[in-house]
Design a protein around this ligand. Structure first.
Ligand code: DON
Length: 349
């Protein structure tokens, strides 16, 4: 008798659930302070239209491949923690992730060594200098600075364990894939172009060796770092990577916990202080969101608990940050009250 009752109530529950419209179910999972989808959609479209004709900035050219990428490409993608997706423009074009990779190698290093160990070996101080600064390595007491400038990032890559270079590189690539929830691969031509012109990064790695602040063979570490920078992502994939951070390390699409929940605040605080290099202070002032840029033209910004926005547009400003990506994210963040330092971002009127 009991069993029959249970079966009836179970089938009733299944029946009732199937009657609930999907958006309602989705809404249960979403952050109570996330703005409504129609509002977000309107704002993202407005931003795209407002900035699409801005031609200021210039493609990076110190990596020859990047100079010849079509500078008109422009894509915006937003993914929420309950896996709603909004896209406008060139969101399927695969560009090199460049420095944005540094965020996810940091996550993997913390996964392997724990945050205290990583903090001790790399640090998290803004340098106030360009991302590839040699003087910063000499002047800053930790030498590495933080995991998001080239020196600190190469040192972070050197922390990843493996029996040889291939194993370490494949581990990094596979980890990025889990964060996206998709298979990623190297853009060979970017890798070749960058590997042929990365004397500056090799110099940084050797300088770190002088201070005992690199933890594997310096040139091997630069090579893996160069590969990680040459991984191809599109704007939508990048937004998914960001949404995983916004969602406490759980990929909103696969539901897999891919970054430890307790590591996320360390990652986001580092992004806030150093994600846009010597443009980070201005970014925190104007936008108030952890973000990371890459010289390939991508920027991803995280609204914790709500979602992430990724923009791809190759022309960069003096600091190496995409001009249009900064404009779009600033516009969207203001309109949607995303600024972390504003109490209205958590619903306070
Ligand atoms: O090592 C480099 O210079 C490039 N692979 C990455 C630099 C980068 O993306 C800085 N970004 N704004």
């Amino acid at each position: 008798m009991k069993r029959t009752c249970l079966r009836i109530s179970l089938s009733l529950a299944v029946f009732t659930a199937s009657l609930i419209p999907v958006p309602l179910l989705a809404q249960e999972a979403r952050s109570p302070v996330a703005p409504r989808r129609d509002v977000v959609e309107a704002v993202v479209r407005e931003a795209y239209e407002k900035f699409k004709n801005d031609t200021s900035g210039k493609n990076a050219d110190y990596i020859p491949y990047l100079a010849q990428v079509n500078s008109k490409l422009f894509g915006v993608a937003l993914v929420t923690t309950d896996d709603q997706v909004l896209t406008v423009g060139d969101v399927n074009y695969s560009f090199s992730i460049q420095s944005i990779s540094k965020v996810f190698t940091l996550a993997l290093a913390m996964e392997e060594l724990g945050p205290d160990n990583v903090f001790h070996r790399i640090g998290s101080e803004p340098t106030g200098r360009p991302f590839n600064s040699v003087p910063a390595v000499v002047d800053i007491p930790t030498h590495t600075g933080n995991p998001l400038v080239n020196a600190g990032a190469i040192a972070t890559t050197s922390l990843i364990s493996g029996k040889d270079e291939d194993e370490r590189w494949n581990k990094i690539l596979a980890f990025y894939g889990k964060v996206v929830g998709d298979k990623l691969s190297l853009i060979e031509d970017v890798y070749k172009s960058e590997a042929a012109t990365n004397a500056g990064n090799k110099a940084l790695a050797m300088l770190l060796a002088k201070y005992d602040r690199i933890y594997a063979d310096p040139f091997e570490s630069v090579d893996i770092y160069t590969k990680q920078c040459s991984v191809g992502v599109n704007a939508l994939q990048l937004a998914r990577m960001g949404a995983t951070l916004a969602n406490n390390g759980v990929n909103p699409t696969t539901g897999q916990q891919v970054i430890k929940r307790e590591d996320v605040p360390y990652i986001l605080s580092t992004m806030t202080m150093a994600g846009l290099y010597d443009g980070s202070g201005g970014w925190a002032w104007h936008v108030g969101l952890p973000a990371k840029s890459g010289v390939g033209g991508g920027i991803v910004a995280i609204a914790p608990g709500k979602g992430a926005i990724a923009v791809f547009a190759p022309p960069l400003d003096e600091a190496g940050n995409s001009v249009k990506a900064q404009e779009v994210i600033e516009y969207v963040a203001r309109k949607l009250n995303y600024n972390l330092f504003s109490p209205s971002s958590v619903g306070l009127k």
